[in-house]
Write a protein that binds this ligand. Structure first.
Ligand SMILES: Cc1cc2nc3c(=O)[nH]c(=O)nc-3n(C[C@H](O)[C@H](O)[C@H](O)COP(=O)(O)OP(=O)(O)OC[C@H]3O[C@@H](n4cnc5c(N)ncnc54)[C@H](O)[C@@H]3O)c2cc1C
Length: 475
């Protein structure tokens, strides 16, 4: 199996000189060129890069790994790398699933995890945190002080807030709390050639275009985030659990659309198609052959009571009580399927996309029907995991074994290509929350059109030498 792009293993000119300069400024204990570190930072959770590892191949390794401890360190790193044309790959938890941190052109990986302090501003309902702070530690500390940020991705344990902003992530409770774009109120960045930029966390501002948004989802291609200010909430006083079994996906989707239209916002809503209902709720005979929906409603007592009433009135399906929701809550961080299947030679991945309500069922059918007939595919299924008054996120899962004469990567790309084409043809967007990375970059232009050229111009202006995560998102 060959990597998708031939990797430029050439040592960037002046690399040793640049590393020497940085080491002199920030201290040599913050830099490693040891093989064990270079190999550890050669991949993220992108199945292609994990496959390289299983085959003991390392086509994309950095020349050095740097662990800055403060903003001043980051400025030195960007300044000297810019001078010496050395690529930089900002790195949080490395839990990205699309190869966004894979150092395909060599250079330095900058791991921000030593920058992890946080401060709660309770009166302003804000938390100020360094970008390398781990998501679990952030939420745990907030909970201890009676707050929540409400961003609970399935990767809460291995991801950082810099990665959340970088990929425009969101969590399981997004229908109430929103995505990271709704939480980010202020940002501090270091951009080429080593300048600091800070946008303060005002309640609201109309001082020109909002550049915070420019960095959301920029995946390390425009600079390094060093700090952020995020909206927080008092911990909810009430939590309710509801579940339903519906005859069809259409019934469940229509029910949630009506609930959202009424203005109710259950924090968690997840609708599983029939295949995924069997996979996730195997202990519940009553749900077998049906479409399961689980919901968590939380917040102020009076508001949650009103939301529960709306849900019960609108939902088409049989109420299944709290148990399926408890099961979901207990297993929601479980990712053992991928860990078990992949070493057995099964190609397994997920693809999350979004679409407006009017095209939702059509898109679901088109994507499943595009993947299923591919030779070697064992199953293609989906659940809907995030909802808006305007539409829905479908999270597709596929598994298969490559037919003879086809290698795993070729098979994997064939499925992705079929899925991406079906999404675009059905009027959807190719990514809902994982971002673009190196896996989705070939479809950026098709979705964005002229906006992609504009993005390239912005990149050109901010990072003339293209040192920031070169190649990621095709930039
Ligand atoms: C099991 C599993 C479950 C997941 N569940 C979810 C989910 O529920 N919701 C979701 O949204 N995603 C999910 N993901 C995807 C992934 O966890 C997210 O994309 C997460 O935001 C990545 O954070 P990270 O700190 O690991 O970033 P990394 O993977 O290290 O980096 C991701 C991107 O952000 C950039 N970046 C990182 N830090 C900085 C910084 N300080 N400044 C500038 N750029 C930076 C990197 O260069 C890269 O482009 C899941 C992944 C896995 C493996």
């Amino acid at each position: 199996m060959t990597p998708k792009k031939v990797v430029n293993k050439k040592t960037p000119r002046k690399l040793d000189e640049v590393i020497g300069k940085i080491s002199g400024k920030i201290g040599e204990d913050k830099i490693s060129t040891q093989k064990v570190d270079l190999l550890s930072y050669s991949h993220d959770y992108w199945p292609i890069s994990l496959h390289w590892m299983l085959e003991d191949r390392y086509p994309s390794i950095p020349h050095a790994v740097i662990w800055p401890e403060n903003k001043e360190d980051v400025i030195e790193v960007v300044k000297w790398c810019y001078k010496g044309n050395v690529p930089i790959y900002p790195y949080g938890g490395g839990s990205g699933v699309l190869g966004a941190t894979v150092p395909e052109k060599g250079g330095v990986v900058v791991d921000l995890k030593r920058m992890r302090s946080m401060k709660i501003h309770g009166k302003d309902l804000l938390v100020e945190a360094n970008s390398g702070l781990n998501g679990y530690y952030l939420e745990d500390e907030l909970n201890e002080k009676g707050y929540t940020m409400g961003n609970i991705p399935q990767s809460l344990y291995p991801s950082t807030i810099g990665g959340w902003v970088g990929t425009k992530a969101l969590g399981q409770f997004s229908t109430k709390y929103g995505g990271i774009e709704d939480m980010l109120k202020g940002i501090e960045m270091v951009i080429p050639p080593g300048k600091e930029l800070c946008l303060k966390p005002h309640a609201r501002t109309s001082t020109g275009p909002d550049l915070r948004k420019l960095f959301l989802g920029s995946e390390g291609t425009l600079g390094i985030m060093t700090k952020g200010w995020f909206k927080i909430w008092p911990e909810p006083e009430n939590r309710m659990k509801l579940s339903f079994a519906s005859d069809t996906l259409e019934d469940a989707v229509k029910s949630v659309r009506k609930v959202m239209r009424e203005g109710a916002e259950p924090a968690v809503i997840r609708i599983y198609d029939k295949i995924e209902t069997k996979r996730h709720f195997y202990d519940y005979d009553e749900i077998f052959g049906k479409v399961a929906t689980v919901m968590v409603i939380e917040g102020n007592e009076k508001i949650t009571q009103a939301e529960k009433k709306i849900v019960k009135e609108e939902f088409v399906g049989t109420e299944m009580g709290e148990k399926p929701v408890d099961h979901w809550l207990e297993t929601r961080f479980n990712v053992k399927e991928a860990a078990e299947f992949v070493p057995m030679g099964v190609v397994f991945d997920t693809i999350e996309v979004a679409v407006n309500w009017s095209k939702a069922i059509n898109l679901y059918k088109n994507v499943v029907n595009a993947i299923k007939p591919i030779k070697g595919v064992l199953f293609a299924s989906a659940h809907a995991s995030h909802f808006y008054p305007q539409g829905i996120c479908f999270y597709f899962t596929f598994a298969g074994t490559p037919p003879r004469k086809k290698d795993a990567e070729e098979f994997y790309q064939q499925v992705w290509k079929a899925a991406m084409s079906a999404v675009l043809d059905s009027g959807g967007t190719i990514s809902h929350h994982h971002g673009i990375g190196r896996q989705r970059r070939d479809w950026m232009e098709q979705e964005l059109g002229e906006a992609y050229s504009t993005l390239k111009s912005i990149k050109e202006k901010l990072d003339k030498k293209r040192i920031m995560n070169p190649g990621n998102m095709g930039l």
